[in-house]
Design a protein. Structure first.
Length: 476
């Protein structure tokens, strides 16, 4: 674990100092982490990043070197620096488990802690949750476009730095990728790693056939050959078939071929025909070359004979949607031992926050399909034996009364009184959970383009509280 305590914005520290000078730093406060709107034609997001958040919280402390640097800024007095020396996280964190399908404006993480602690962790939480949720969501779209084909994450060399490559690959697995090319991610998180050879391997031999034979000799049990270095149909595939026959004579079966250029739909169809005619019906065809969900969808529509998709740049950088846009906003504060709701008001209606100490409930029909999410105040309960009426928080005339339904609270305790109480599952278990979560959504919400908008409503009590605060502030 690394100490990332200093990975924060300066204004977090200046606010912490201000709270200290104002003697409000130990006041309990509640913050919600959420994103405001989906991007890139996506109606949902796949939550990720919680494991790194827990590692960050576990190791949260200012080292002597950190304090010396902060002292050199000439912004803080010695008493405040002494306070930071002993600072540890002592609050509560509730969060949705990694792999949970989440929607705009509902808390993914809820923090209740002394104000000085809750303020400090804002930047790091946003950095970790925003990035990994973004990549997990992009991966889920790519996997959906593959329509049953396997997707490999190949993006390390195009990632925006080591952490983006490592944790982006982890998030891609949560989103449904079957393996990564990133060896360090495989080592750190116990996930499958895959890879073959590059064009330089072929170019380093006198001819293509010699290169293929050498690779087959090195990896007879897992021989997958890149066939487009010179000429895919006239040279690459015929030479691969020659080597595959030699492998079969030795008692081995080849894995297949990889296409990395050209018209992948046409070439994959011709490759499938050539491999089948040569008797290699089980040989897989892997395709790469700047793929994304839209291109993969088009390839499938054209009948491309591709079994496995290697996706790099577009996945690891979330091309088309460079940032999730998650935010971290105060929703309540303890005044005179009473939790007082707080609201942020803006001329932009999308930026008006939901006040209070809240929870999120997902509502399912009798077939376990998700109907809507309901943001509620923490003390509220739903009697599932009675009809439940929900309504759109903007167009309140849009209402629905539910009779046969069940509910699930999404936020689970992760830290209580500074003690970790949640054990994250292994990564492949999280991936399976994410698949199950997506299965609860109707296809209309999962369309790659123009998906239907999922209902995220407010309880009547929360709606009334929000309107009350808006009216009070409008009178000032």
């Amino acid at each position: 674990m690394r100490n990332l305590t200093m990975m924060t914005d300066l204004y977090q520290l200046t606010m912490m100092y201000g709270y200290y000078k104002n003697n409000t730093h130990q006041r309990q406060a509640v913050f919600d982490l959420f994103f405001r709107r989906p991007n890139n034609n996506t109606a949902y997001a796949i939550a990720a990043g919680l494991e790194q958040v827990m590692d960050y919280i576990e190791n949260l402390h200012f080292s002597e070197e950190d304090l010396e640097y902060l002292d050199s800024l000439n912004l803080f007095n010695q008493e405040f620096l002494d306070l930071l020396r002993d600072l540890r996280f002592t609050g509560d964190i509730h969060a949705v488990p990694e792999g949970t399908v989440v929607f705009p404006n509902e808390p993914m993480v809820r923090v209740k802690a002394p104000l000085i602690e809750a303020q400090l962790i804002e930047t790091a939480l946003l950095n970790m949750i925003n990035h990994q949720t973004l990549i997990a969501t992009k991966a889920s779209r790519v996997v959906m476009a593959a329509q049953g084909g396997s997707v490999l994450e190949f993006g390390l060399r195009r990632a925006q730095g080591p952490d983006a490559g490592i944790y982006g690959a982890r998030a891609a697995i949560i989103g449904g990728c079957s393996a990564t090319s990133n060896v360090l991610t495989g080592q750190m998180f116990g996930i499958p790693v895959k890879g073959t050879h590059s064009h330089s391997w072929v170019m380093s031999f006198p001819d293509e056939l010699s290169a293929f034979r050498a690779y087959a000799d090195a990896f007879p049990d897992s021989c997958l050959l890149l066939v487009d270095t010179y000429n895919t149909l006239k040279s690459g595939i015929p030479n691969a078939i020659t080597v595959f026959k030699e492998l079969r004579e030795k008692g081995y079966e080849p894995m297949g071929i990889r296409l990395d250029s050209g018209d992948l739909a046409y070439l994959s169809k011709k490759a499938r025909q050539m491999l089948d005619e040569a008797g290699f019906h089980n040989a897989k065809i892997v395709a790469s070359n700047d793929l994304d969900e839209e291109l993969i969808w088009d390839l499938k529509a054209q009948g491309a004979k591709i079994d496995i998709f290697g996706v790099g740049t577009s996945l690891i950088t979330s091309r088309g949607c460079p940032a999730l846009g998650g935010v971290y906003k105060m929703s309540a504060e303890e005044i005179d031992k009473k939790m007082v709701p707080r609201i942020k008001i803006s001329e932009n209606p999308d930026k008006i926050t939901n006040p209070g100490y809240k929870k999120v409930v997902r509502i399912y029909n009798g077939n376990r399909k998700a109907i809507a999410d309901l943001i509620m105040l923490e003390g509220e309960e739903i009697d599932t034996g009675k009809p439940l009426t929900i309504f759109d928080p903007v167009d309140t005339w849009k209402r629905m009364t539910l009779f046969d339904y069940s509910i699930r609270e999404l936020l689970v305790p992760v830290y209580l009184n500074g003690q970790r109480v949640y054990k994250n599952p292994d990564l492949m278990t999280i991936q399976e959970y994410a698949k199950t979560e997506l299965d609860t959504l109707w296809d209309e919400y999962k369309r790659l383009k123009n998906p239907h908008v999922y209902k995220v409503d407010l309880s009547q009590k929360l709606y009334d509280l929000k309107q009350k605060l808006l009216e009070e502030y409008s009178m000032k």
